[in-house]
Design a protein around this ligand. Structure first.
Ligand SMILES: *Cc1c(COP(=O)(O)O)cnc(C)c1O
Length: 396
């Protein structure tokens, strides 16, 4: 997944241009900047690559989800359905708006199970948020149909899956709104940054204003602005956007490199009895940032995880026990631990985790191992790694 592996001359040149101009902010200073707008340039490139009419850059992927939800009018007490396997940022963004994250089971796609989504829909549900974990997606066609039936918003957390697609449409562009992260471990990076993409002009206008204190950005040099509604500061800086301008041009190349290495690992792992790859929906094309597979049971997956580590095979994750990505370790959410008081709607709406059955998620996560694909591996190194993995897994 890591774009940080390929940070070099192209990125430096873009950043240097911003430093030379002296304008580090994305808005205003029209006279000083000599026509240089790196954030706008990256937004235009994102629109083109993702086949959407609008892109709004923000300061992080977490900010992108917050801004996307806010732009569609999600607020206090509204429920957002999301999977038990995600990054904590997905529910943080929901909570930031006083909305309520409702976790539901995943299936063998490692993301939202459509039946579990249908079961969780209630009168307060406003959004279904599939999270394309580790480079691949849920059955988005089914989720879209469910959203249509129940008049819900489909918001893709595509932070880990930029470059993938579903039914020929880039991930992030399939739903009503899509979010990307450009933090330092994502497929492409800005250092820190994120983006909201959409074909909805009104959501875009809201996102533009909301992410910059509610300023409507009318007129030149910020002279004629007003504030149609409250906002916050989720702006990206020109320095960060400049890195992204160089990185986005390399996205397809990164994905192709990952795909090649993925295929080598996949081919080799097919030889291991009982090992099953993560299910990819029929119309889906992943970004190959991880290779995820299931062992026949939890015990074997735990053993495999330890054995791989001991043999020096790095970057193979057993998410079931991971602090960041699976509900079992989110004790702050489970016990509603917040520095200040949580809104009443949130306190009343959050699930009681001790009473919620996530056995289907545990079934799949307990058996799952996900191996990061690195751009820096040579073909030979990848083959060696694959052979070693097969040897270890066959011995279990
Ligand atoms: C990284 C990530 C985010 C948040 O992105 P940041 O830029 O780190 O705030 C959100 N969701 C998922 C699935 C992520 O992996």
């Amino acid at each position: 997944m890591p774009g940080f592996e390929k940070f070099g001359e192209l990125e430096k040149r873009e950043v240097q241009q911003v430093l030379d101009s002296g304008v580090l902010m994305r808005y205003g200073f029209d006279g000083m900047r000599n026509g240089q707008w790196k954030s706008k340039e990256l937004e235009a490139k994102l629109c083109k690559r993702m086949q959407v009419s609008h892109a709004q850059l923000v300061s992080s992927g977490t900010a992108a989800i917050t801004v996307a939800l806010a732009s569609a009018g999600v607020g206090a007490g509204d429920e957002v359905i999301l999977p038990t396997f995600t990054f904590v940022a997905s529910f943080e963004a929901v909570l930031a708006l006083g909305a309520v994250p409702i976790l539901v089971d995943i299936d063998d796609t490692l993301t939202l199970c459509p039946q579990a989504v249908e079961k969780a829909i209630g009168p307060k549900t406003k959004v279904v948020m599939p999270v394309h974990m580790c480079g691949s997606m849920a059955d988005l066609a089914r989720l879209k149909a469910i959203c249509k039936t129940h008049n819900l918003l489909l918001l893709e957390d595509a932070c880990q899956a930029i470059g993938g697609s579903f039914d020929g449409i880039p991930l992030g562009a399939y739903g009503d709104l899509g979010c990307f992260s450009f933090d330092f471990v994502k497929t492409i990076t800005c250092g820190e940054g994120g983006a909201v993409i959409t074909n909805n002009a009104s959501y875009y206008t809201h996102a533009d204003h909301f992410s910059d204190h509610g300023h409507d950005h009318v007129g030149n040099d910020r002279g004629a602005e007003s504030h149609p509604f409250l906002g916050y500061n989720y702006r990206i800086s020109e320095l960060n956007a400049a890195v992204g301008v160089a990185q986005i041009d390399r996205l397809d190349n990164f994905v192709a490199t990952q795909k090649e290495r993925y295929a080598i690992l996949e081919n080799a792992l097919m030889e291991v009895d009982g090992l099953k790859l993560r299910s990819i929906p029929e119309k889906g094309s992943q970004n190959y940032s991880f290779l995820s597979f299931f062992m026949p049971n939890t015990d074997l997956a735990q053993k495999a995880s330890i054995a791989l580590k001991e043999a020096g095979i790095d970057a193979c994750f057993y998410w079931y026990d991971n602090n960041w990505h699976y509900y079992r370790k989110w004790e702050h959410l489970q016990h509603k631990k917040s520095l200040g008081k949580l809104p009443q709607e949130v306190l009343a709406g959050l699930q009681d985790f001790s009473q919620t059955d996530f056995s289907q998620s545990d079934h799949w996560m307990g058996r799952n191992i996900s191996c990061l694909i690195k751009l820096g591996w040579s073909i030979e190194e990848t083959q060696e790694r694959a052979n070693k993995m097969v040897e270890i897994l066959k011995r279990l």
